[in-house]
Design a protein around this ligand. Sequence first.
Ligand SMILES: C[S@@+](CC[C@H](N)C(=O)[O-])C[C@H]1O[C@@H](n2cnc3c(N)ncnc32)[C@H](O)[C@@H]1O
Length: 413
Amino acid sequence: MANEILSKAKKDQNDEFYTVYDFIQKEVNDYLEYNPNVFRNKVVLLPCDDPEWSNFTKFFAQNFENFGIKKLISTSFSKEKKEKMYPVGYQFSIFDIDKIGYDEEKTTANGKIFTLTRDGNSSENVDIDDLEWKYLEGDGDFRSEEVTKLRDEADIIVTNPPFSLFREFVNWIYQGNKKFLIIGNKNAITYKEIFPLIKNNELWLGATCNSEDMVFSVPDGAEVAPKDREKAAKLGYVGNYTRLGNSNWFTNLDHGRRHQTQAFMTMNDNLKYSKHKNVKENGYFHYDNYDALDIPFVDAIPSDYEGYMGVPITFLEKYNPDDFEIIGLAPERADRGKEILQIKKYTNAIQHNPDGTTQGGNKVNDGPAILYDSVEALYRNVSEKKPYYTAEGVDGYLAVGYARIIVRKRVCK
Ligand SMILES: C[S@@+](CC[C@H](N)C(=O)[O-])C[C@H]1O[C@@H](n2cnc3c(N)ncnc32)[C@H](O)[C@@H]1O
């Protein structure tokens, strides 16, 4: 129970991470480079935001004219609801207290909506000072009828939604059939609600921050592990900041990185020149239980292999849909693409632990497995800290690898 409370608090704390300006700018620049008119005449909605101090609102308001945006809408969740989820550090913005229209009761119970359409203060620029605001009728929950109507009005949705509601948020966007750019946890790639969209090229990873730390600001008083605070500081963000190593941008807006072709060596050249010792010394292995060749590193994809290949999830960071077709995921789950051809399920398996003990080995069915003819051969390719498996009717020793994406090269006809 205590663990449950702790992990819920941790999850909810991630819901209160705020995106840093430079990271938004860096990502959006890639879409503009690919299509300078990506936001022109578009209604841009920033839901799950905190417009009073959000860098999303600031960034799009400051670039309103530059990008040719037709209307910018930003909404926030009520103070009461935020505090219920994560009771640390709701911050009143100066905006609340200074501006006409402030209402203590409504500030607690209602969300807010900020809109930008015109040069309201006649400064000859449309910018952040022209934002107009009012209280929403409800609490600003993105699932409410009120915010859903705003979704329907929008062309593009941009935000860092609460991580704990990521699946629901993506579903909400797709129900509205909208373009989007959002931040989420890398693990979302394998979610049953997300992977089919990736496979069908309806959703892909963003252009930046792939395999790099993303920095977030946190409310006053939020608990941040010292090592995360230090890493954020090393990247230039000192103070109320943290970093996450497993966050990504997810989008259905096109960017140039998706269309870059990567050069790979042939299989023979990999066997001779790969920088990865185990590729060079041990070669490539076909899985015993999946119809695919295991590719342990993305840069070791053989350019001349035309069959199914199991590649690390990080493959998606450089995925160009013109060069590769995504077939599915291993481990295969009925709802994530049945085409992968899991060719074998093991029975009466035994797990052999590195300390010499044994236990039931059902985990051997949890991923793509490679069969070796000796334990020595297995541990030449696999860390000695990992268990291996034996199973009924299997002549040899099995090692189960990490989750893989099964892909195939597109062959020019
Ligand atoms: C990860 S933070 C990001 C805030 C802001 N978009 C940014 O990046 O700086 C997610 C925000 O969504 C809010 N939130 C949580 N659940 C929500 C819901 N059901 N509807 C709308 N907003 C929600 C949180 O209070 C928090 O302000």
